[in-house]
Design a protein around this ligand. Structure first.
Ligand code: 5AD
Ligand code: SF4
Length: 426
C-alpha cells in the first residue's frame, strides 16, 4: 500500500512539472512516506528526518506523509520544529498546498476516506505490476495493530472505479494486477441498484482483459475467505497460485487475546479448500512472536502450525507495543530477550521450509514476469508465480528480454532462484 501511495505522490508532483532526484541535497521537496506498524519503523523516520534536515538545501521543504504522520500529528512539529508538512495516509493529496504556501506548517491527518482517489491525477503510464487499491482501512481491530487508528475504518471503493483503474492500468502497460487493501478480501460494494460486488467479481473483470496475464491480491483475513473467492482459484487460471493469508499465531489463546476470533480448525479448513480448488497453491503468512502473555507452549504451537501448513514465504516480527492499541496496555509483556530467541527459532524454521520449497522448484518450468536488471546489469530478474525472485543470465542479443517468459529453474537457495529461458510464452 505504501509503494502505491509513493507512486501516486510522485505522479502528483510530476503532474505539476517536478521531477525526481536521487540526491537529498538536490531536492526542492523531500517526502518521507512512512509506516507506523512497529515502533522501530517510527523511530527510523525521526532519525532519518534528523539526517535529511542537515543534508538538504536550506530552502527545501521536507515532511512526512503516511501512518507515522497520523500517529504523531502535531507532535512531529514539536520534535522537528522546521518540518514543513505532516499529512496522514488519507490526506496526502493535499501536499500541493505546501508548494503554494511554503511558509505554512501544513498539518492534515484527517481520515478523508476515499477522497484522495477522486482528487489525484491519473498515472500516465502503469508499471508492469499495477497495484489497484480497492479498499482502505480495517474493521478487524486486532489488539496489537495501529492500522485501524492510522488508516481508519474499512471502506470499499466503487466497483466501477476499481474496474476503470484496472482497465487504465492494462491500457498503459500493466501485465499483472495486484488488488490491494488492508483487508482486501473484505471488499464489498453495493451499488445504487442494490447489487453487491465482491473481490471475486473484480478478479473476473480483470481476467477478461486480454493483456492482463496475472492477477493476485493482498492481504487477506482468514474469515473473509468466502467460497466465491476460493472458487476463483479453481476457475481462473490468471489468478496466481499464491496467497498471503496471515495466521499471526498458532495458539488459540493468543489469537483470542489478539482479537482474531477464528478457530485454528477453520483456518486449516480454508487452506484445505484452497488446495482442493488449486492443487499447486502455496501460502504465505505473517507471524507475531512475544505477544503479551505468550507462553512457551503457545510459541510451540506457532512452530507447529508453520511446519504443518508449510508456508513458503513469511514475515515474522517481534511484538511491538503501539499507541492507540489494547495490547500495549496488557500487563504480561514478554521480555525482549525471549522475543528475540523465539523470533530466531521461528525464522530458522520458516527459512528451512522456504529453502526446501525453492529446491523442489529445480527442473520445473514456470511462466515468470520480468522485473528488470539486477545491480550488475548482467542478469535479468524475473518473478515466478509464487513471487520468488529468479535470476536469469542476459542473452547476448539486442532484442529486449521477453516480459513474460517460460523459465526453467536451474538452482535455488533460501532467498532466490536461478533459471534459464525455456521457450518464450508469446
Ligand atoms: N508488532 C509486531 N508486528 C505487528 N504487525 C502489526 N502490528 C504489529 C505489532 N504491533 C504485523 C502483523 C501484520 C503485519 C503487516 O505487521 O503480522 O500482519
Ligand atoms: Fe491490523 Fe490486519 Fe488486524 Fe486489520 S486485520 S487490525 S490491518 S493486523
Amino acid at each position: 500500500m505504501n509503494v502505491y501511495d509513493g507512486w501516486r505522490i510522485a505522479a502528483m508532483l510530476e503532474h505539476r512539472g517536478m521531477h525526481r532526484t536521487e540526491t537529498v541535497s538536490d531536492a526542492d521537496i523531500i517526502i518521507l512516506n512512512t509506516c507506523a506498524v512497529r515502533a522501530k519503523a517510527t523511530d527510523k523516520v525521526f532519525s532519518a528526518l534528523g539526517r535529511i534536515r542537515r543534508a538538504k538545501k536550506p530552502s527545501a521543504l521536507f515532511g512526512i506523509v503516511g501512518c507515522v504522520a497520523r500517529e504523531s500529528g502535531a507532535d512531529a512539529f514539536r520534535r522537528i520544529p522546521d518540518l514543513n508538512f505532516v499529512l496522514g495516509p488519507q490526506s496526502y493529496h493535499k501536499l500541493p498546498e505546501i508548494l503554494d504556501n511554503p511558509d505554512a506548517k501544513l498539518l492534515n491527518i484527517d481520515l478523508g476516506g476515499l477522497e484522495k482517489f477522486d482528487e489525484l491525477p491519473q498515472m500516465e503510464k502503469s508499471p508492469t505490476v499495477a497495484y489497484i487499491p480497492i479498499q482502505e482501512g480495517c474493521n478487524h481491530c486486532c489488539t496489537y495493530c495501529i492500522v485501524p487508528y492510522t488508516r481508519g475504518r474499512e471502506i470499499s471503493r466503487k466497483f466501477q472505479d476499481c474496474v476503470s483503474d484496472t482497465i487504465h492500468a492494462a491500457n498503459t502497460g500493466a501485465i499483472e494486477i495486484c488488488f490491494l487493501g488492508q483487508n482486501v478480501n473484505g471488499y464489498k460494494y453495493t451499488d445504487e441498484k442494490g447489487k453487491t460486488y465482491r473481490l471475486s467479481d473484480l478478479i473476473r473483470e480483470a481476467a477478461k482483459i486480454e493483456s492482463v496475464k496475472r492477477i493476485r491480491f493482498t492481504s487477506s483475513y482468514p474469515t473473509e475467505m468466502t467460497d466465491d473467492l476460493i472458487d476463483m482459484f479453481a476457475v481462473e487460471p490468471k489468478l496466481l497460485p499464491f496467497l498471503n493469508m496471515p495466521i499471526q499465531s498458532g495458539s488459540q489463546d493468543v489469537l483470542t487475546r489478539m482479537n482474531r476470533p477464528y478457530s485454528l480448525e477453520l483456518y486449516t479448513e480454508i487452506i484445505r479448500k484452497l488446495r482442493v480448488a488449486r492443487p499447486d497453491i502455496q501460502i504465505s503468512s505473517d507471524f507475531i512472536v512475544g505477544f503479551p502473555g505468550e507462553t512457551d507452549e503457545d510459541f510451540e504451537q506457532t512452530m507447529n502450525i508453520a511446519q504443518q501448513i508449510r508456508y513458503i514465504n513469511s514475515y515474522s516480527f517481534k511484538y511491538s507495543p503501539r499507541p492507540h492499541t489494547g495490547a500495549a496496555l496488557m500487563t504480561d509483556q514478554i521480555p525482549e530477550n525471549i522475543k528475540a530467541a523465539r523470533l530466531a527459532a521461528l525464522d530458522n524454521c520458516l527459512n528451512e521450509i522456504q529453502r526446501e520449497f525453492n529446491i523442489n522448484c529445480i527442473d520445473k518450468t514456470m511462466e515468470c514476469l520480468l522485473e528488470g536488471d539486477d545491480k550488475t546489469g548482467r542478469h535479468l530478474i524475473y518473478r515466478t508465480p509464487y513471487m520468488q525472485q529468479c535470476v536469469v543470465e542476459k542473452p547476448d542479443t539486442n532484442t529486449p528480454a521477453p516480459v513474460l517468459a517460460n523459465i526453467c529453474i536451474t538452482a535455488a537457495n533460501k532467498a532466490s532462484l536461478r533459471g534459464k529461458f525455456a521457450k518464450t510464452s508469446e
